[in-house]
Ligand binder design. Structure first.
Ligand SMILES: Cc1cc2nc3c(=O)[nH]c(=O)nc-3n(C[C@H](O)[C@H](O)[C@H](O)COP(=O)(O)O)c2cc1C
Ligand code: SF4
Length: 489
């Protein structure tokens, strides 16, 4: 899908409530989410902050990070995408083995203490397929391309017999080709592997590990959920959104012919089997919800009609909440530099996932609420009370309250506004909204995420004059605060 022309939008004027108004607000009223009561309808969605250890353990910086969000007492705090496979995956949290449980237990303890027990804690659990960095062109043709007669013939036809004298000559000739010639000679997939880096897809049934996904994923998700339960979490969020395995199963681009692709029913078969396996392990008194896409925003991808079908089926199956996100796919990601991996938040679908003030005429604020509203309406029409979570450019009390009052969503998620100021929920609740540090929606934080650097916010990361002064933990280069300055009510 093409990127619509963008203009720069101003932040909308903020409408902060008095303490009395907040006390009457729907936003601060409790709600049942599956088996638990949530104290308010405020939600911090998952954000990877790149603070886990290289081998996936909770570190003191992870504890500080979630403790700081807990200070603001959101109704629900979702811990970042956490891997279910016991394989090296850099500084991303893992729940892929029992050895990770003690660290996760510490995380639960810190959030309970810092929120005074007010915040429900969920772990977002994720599976992702292999992705490689963009290779050097010469290396790709020398080592990675599986040479076939199709390549040999095409090179002979275009460049003459000498260029196709033997495989080494064919490889050397291909390495010397420009993109136009390569696009004519290679398959679209081979060209993509060369230009963007190789990545597995759920459609790659010729690869045994991809074919086997329906056999292995239910147990992997279920065991990770059980570890979250053992660690004391209130529940898990099954990550069925963005660029990752389960979202790709749900996608219209999933054309597997093994019963797990093609029709909408077949595409959600594995997501439902994963849910059933998780539920069977953790029981009914543990929250099991999902985050999935209201719209993939890619050519040939799923749209709201698919999301409505998926959401209704998930609600019927007994998911405890449905959290609606948008976009964030690899298919339209920008070409990475050589030696870097594609990042799924760089193309038009990425912009829809984390919209900035440089946006089309609709602007970024509450931009994706209509998707949550459409899913919620269909779920209610089918007779299910399942709570629906809306996210995307929500940063103001009046806006959040209006979404709830209109019945567009049951819970309000704010990622970047909570990063800019994790106390903003509490400030609103206390009638001190004027003190909220407002997110600028220019995605400095996302740029750090893209480079796998510790995520911080431009509004506070150089504030060394704050009350905690020199004691504030700093980024590895020593230049940025790792935590927002403290705020005392
Ligand atoms: C630094 C960063 C990391 C993120 N990591 C995740 C993640 O691990 N899982 C997820 O579902 N969404 C992730 N997101 C997306 C957010 O949860 C949220 O959907 C998005 O930022 C839009 O909401 P907002 O406008 O309130 O920021 C991330 C966003 C940011 C800025
Ligand atoms: S870095 Fe920018 S976009 Fe990110 S939370 Fe801070 S102000 Fe918002």
């Amino acid at each position: 899908m093409t990127d619509a022309p963008r203009v720069r939008h101003a932040l909308p004027p903020a409408h902060w409530p008095s303490a009395d108004e907040a006390a009457r607000a729907l936003l601060f009223r409790p709600l049942a989410v599956g088996p638990v009561q949530v104290a308010s309808r405020t939600w911090v969605p998952a954000m990877v902050p790149w603070r886990a250890s290289e081998d996936g353990f909770v570190t003191p910086n992870v504890l500080d990070w979630y403790g700081r969000f807990a200070d603001g007492r959101p109704g629900v705090l979702v811990v970042e995408a956490t891997g279910i496979r016991d394989v090296p995956s850099g500084p991303l949290l893992r729940a892929s083995h029992d050895r990770f449980v003690p660290g996760l237990r510490d995380l639960v303890r810190v959030v309970r203490e810092r929120s005074g027990g007010a915040t429900r804690l969920l772990l977002q659990i994720i599976d992702f397929l292999a992705i490689r960095r963009r290779p050097e062109k010469a290396k790709f043709f020398a080592r990675f391309l599986a040479l076939t007669d199709r390549h040999r013939d095409a090179v002979r036809e275009r460049f003459g017999a000498a260029a196709a004298a033997d495989d080494a000559a064919v490889r050397a000739q291909l390495a010397a080709c420009d993109d136009a010639a390569l696009q004519a000679i290679l398959t679209p997939r081979e060209f993509r592997d060369c230009a963007f880096g190789q990545r597995d897809e759920v459609n790659d049934l010729h690869q045994p590990h991809v074919r086997e996904l329906p056999r292995v994923l239910p147990d992997l998700f279920a065991l990770a959920a059980l570890r979250a339960r053992d660690a004391g979490f209130d529940g898990v969020e099954l990550h069925y959104a963005h660029a990752y395995t389960m979202a790709s199963f749900l996608s219209r681009t999933n054309v597997r012919d093994d019963g797990y692709g093609g029709s909408p029913t077949a595409r959600r078969r594995l997501p439902l089997e994963v849910f059933a396996a998780v539920r069977a392990r953790v029981g009914r008194d543990f929250v099991v919800g999902t985050r999935f896409l209201g719209d993939e925003v890619i050519d040939g991808g799923s749209r709201i009609d698919d999301a409505i079908g998926h959401g209704t089926a998930f609600a019927a199956a007994g998911f405890d909440f449905l959290s609606i996100s948008k976009g964030g796919r690899f298919e339209d990601a920008k070409q990475p530099h050589t030696g870097e991996a594609a990042y799924p938040y760089t193309g038009p679908s990425g912009h829809e996932c984390m919209p900035t003030v440089r946006s089309d005429h609709r602007g970024p604020f509450g931009r994706n609420v209509h998707l949550a509203a459409a899913v919620r309406a269909a779920v209610r029409a089918a007779g299910h009370p399942t709570p629906v979570v809306a996210a995307g450019g929500i940063c103001d009390f009046a806006q959040a309250e209006a979404i709830l009052r209109a019945g567009h969503a049951d819970l309000i998620a704010a990622a970047r506004q909570s990063l800019a100021d994790p106390d903003w929920w509490l400030k609103m609740r206390l009638g001190r909204g004027a003190e909220v540090r407002r997110c600028l929606f220019t995605n400095y934080c996302e740029g750090l995420d893209q480079r796998h650097k510790e995520v911080t916010c431009q509004l506070w990361d150089r504030d060394f004059a704050a009350a905690d002064g020199a004691a504030a933990p700093r980024s590895q280069d020593g230049k940025r605060r790792l935590l927002p300055p403290p705020w005392r009510p």
